[in-house]
Design a protein around this ligand. Structure first.
Ligand SMILES: C[S@@+](CC[C@H](N)C(=O)[O-])C[C@H]1O[C@@H](n2cnc3c(N)ncnc32)[C@H](O)[C@@H]1O
Length: 290
């Protein structure tokens, strides 16, 4: 979608002349307002991406300026809920990047076997596909019974979907292919029952999962973990915020714990890079060593 610097003619009301300084000021004021009123802190998210998403919402609501959106958002919690879905990009998939899960099976699972109990944090888990994938993988490796998975996200709406465990039936073919490429050991269809246009996943998979709202920007650590997944979340943060979140992960990981990032994310350039060894460079899997 094109991002207007001057709002397009399709929008109602007189055109508003925008220059980039004014636009930045209005965006900063809006994000400050959202933070102070609702506690969601998007002030250090990557600017270009935030700007694109704000304009998408402005167009969808038939508004003309960022300030108009600000007024609406501050007075209408439902508008905030819609905007939150735009700002917190929830795209996900089961066994997303199958090569990553294959590497996790080969490299991380043998390490996990040496621990009596495994605590795993899925930070930014979205609608939960990543968590169900991990529960399946751990079950197949005989580790699920001694694992506890903490599935967190800033967005309560997606967490509720994650808890329900119903995923679109029309994605099952893609997920089955991912599962096989990830080294799956059974028939993927054993894990769900088809219901109308949804696939209901076995409640066994969430027996050891705790779902809870957690904001990586404003909330502290809540436990010590052996594994932290934070995949495809840091790409939306600016460099300084990425480093703050890396500090949170470093504090929350036990010694020799495993950190897994998304394919476009890295520990490079972070001041925590020397504290980790690479378990798999391409699949962005690291181990805390000091
Ligand atoms: C693109 S999804 C990634 C989902 C999954 N980890 C994956 O890789 O498929 C990014 C998720 O990060 C969440 N998120 C964004 N900002 C966050 C924050 N400050 N704290 C916690 N979660 C956040 C969003 O709500 C969204 O569900």
């Amino acid at each position: 979608m094109a991002v207007p610097v001057t709002p397009s003619k399709a929008l109602t009301g007189p055109p508003v002349a925008y220059n980039s300084d004014l636009e930045r000021l209005e965006i900063e004021l809006l994000l400050e307002g959202i933070f102070r009123h609702y506690g969601f802190d998007f002030r250090s998210y990557a600017y270009a991406s935030i700007r694109r998403r704000l304009w998408k919402r402005i167009e969808a609501e038939g508004l003309r300026t960022i300030s108009e959106l600000q007024a609406r958002v501050l007075h209408d919690p439902e508008m905030m809920e819609r905007l939150l879905l735009d700002l917190s990009v929830n795209v996900t998939a089961m066994f997303r990047d199958p090569g990553f899960y294959r590497a996790f099976r080969q490299i991380a699972i043998p390490l996990l076997r040496t621990w009596p109990f495994v605590r795993i944090w899925h930070a930014g888990c979205s609608t939960g596909e990543e968590v169900y994938s991990m529960a399946i993988l751990l079950s197949e490796e005989g580790l699920y019974e001694r694992s506890r998975l903490y599935a967190t996200d800033i967005n309560d709406v997606v967490l509720r979907q994650a808890k329900a465990g119903i995923f679109p039936l029309n994605r099952m073919q893609e997920y089955t292919e991912n599962y096989i490429r990830a080294g799956g050991k059974q028939s993927f269809s054993e894990y769900y029952t088809a219901k109308y246009d949804g696939a209901l996943f076995s409640p066994n998979l969430t027996r050891n999962v705790v779902f809870s709202q957690h904001n990586l920007v404003t909330d502290r650590s809540f436990s010590e973990f052996n594994v932290i997944f934070c995949r495809n979340v840091l790409i939306y943060f600016d460099r300084e915020l990425q480093d703050r979140v890396h500090a949170l992960f470093y504090e929350s990981l036990s010694m020799f714990g495993v950190l897994a990032l998304g394919s476009k994310e890295t520990l490079r350039f972070s001041k925590y890079e020397p504290c980790y060894e690479k378990l798999h460079a391409r699949e962005k899997m690291y181990r805390k060593v000091k």
